[in-house]
Ligand binder design. Structure first.
Ligand SMILES: NC(=O)c1ccc[n+]([C@@H]2O[C@H](COP(=O)([O-])OP(=O)(O)OC[C@H]3O[C@@H](n4cnc5c(N)ncnc54)[C@H](OP(=O)(O)O)[C@@H]3O)[C@@H](O)[C@H]2O)c1
Length: 266
């Protein structure tokens, strides 16, 4: 069975020619997992970069996400077919991007459609994003255990979301961290800086190494070749138990992505 590479490349903002160039750099330095979404407008870029690379389809993992505008009955499958056209390939994983805004649609309405999309062969795996514990529990009750591959949500050392992450791991759902480097906000955090100095690394590399040590997946992005490479090099860093415990204890900041139509967080 194909496995999701734990370190992936986020593609929010990686549009157009510059976006394809960043993706090609990411492929060159070794990323084999790419995270796109219908709402990012980067599905075409991801497809083009993967095609240009000449890599075998099976050596690359592609995740896309269904936009909530496509949750109404009868809309999800055609929207995923349109994603497949833009990508030029069948995604490995398709996520429900958010719970229905303000809870307007019942979970079954959109969950049953993504289950159907998988049955039709339009995606190899399914998952969710921004699902708090109660909704993830309800989703698993409907799909059966082992069907939801991942829950993707905001997680980094400054917003560690430990409760939700622990629940995901207890039910066998992979945690995928978005904003895994906190958009560069770890700079100057004294504990993280001290650990980074000890390893001859950047605080961003330390954040990614901490996530990987917890067996989370992480999907940082950058427009810059030097950062695309240095973020990827985090796979070479082994943190000590003391480092991990110190990073677990960092002062927490509010979530950065918190729309007023979002779910009730844990
Ligand atoms: N499921 C969801 O709802 C959801 C929400 C948000 C994001 N995501 C996914 O998660 C991915 C990552 O999230 P994100 O892009 O918001 O946050 P991020 O990866 O934590 O941070 C990216 C930002 O940090 C900067 N950066 C990158 N490497 C750096 C480094 N080594 N040192 C300092 N700054 C660095 C980048 O600027 P430069 O370009 O200037 O390097 C960029 O502005 C997205 O691309 C997307 O695929 C999913």
């Amino acid at each position: 069975m194909k496995h999701i590479p734990k370190l992936g490349f986020g593609t929010y903002g990686r549009t157009g020619t510059a976006g394809i160039a960043a993706l090609e750099t990411a492929i060159d330095v070794g990323y084999r997992h790419f995270d796109t979404a219908q709402s990012y407008d980067t599905e075409k870029e991801v497809g083009a970069a993967v095609r240009n690379s000449g890599l075998a389809r099976d050596s690359v993992w592609i995740t896309t996400k269904i936009d909530m505008a496509n949750y109404a009955s009868g809309r999800l499958v055609p929207s995923l077919e349109a994603s497949i056209d833009r990508l030029g390939l069948i995604p490995d994983l398709t996520l429900l991007h958010w719970p229905s805004p303000n809870g307007d649609l019942a979970l079954e309405v959109y969950l049953d459609q993504i289950i159907d999309a998988k049955a039709r062969g339009l995606t190899r795996e399914i998952g969710v994003s921004n699902f708090p514990i109660a909704m993830l529990r309800a989703a698993i009750a409907r799909t059966g255990k082992g069907e939801i591959l991942t829950n993707q949500f905001e997680l980094n050392p400054l917003h560690n979301n430990h409760q939700l992450a622990r629940f995901c791991q207890s039910v066998g759902v992979l945690v995928t961290c978005y904003l895994p480097i906190a958009k560069g906000r770890l700079k100057g955090e004294s504990t993280a800086e001290a650990i980074a100095a000890k390893h001859g690394a950047s605080v961003e590399q330390i954040a990614l190494a901490w996530e990987l040590a917890k067996e989370y997946a992480a999907i940082p992005t950058s427009s810059r070749a030097d950062r695309i490479l240095s973020n990827f090099k985090s796979v070479d860093i082994t943190l000590t138990d003391e480092d991990i415990a110190a990073l677990d204890g960092l002062p927490q900041t509010a979530r950065a992505i918190d729309p007023d139509w979002g779910p009730d967080w844990d």
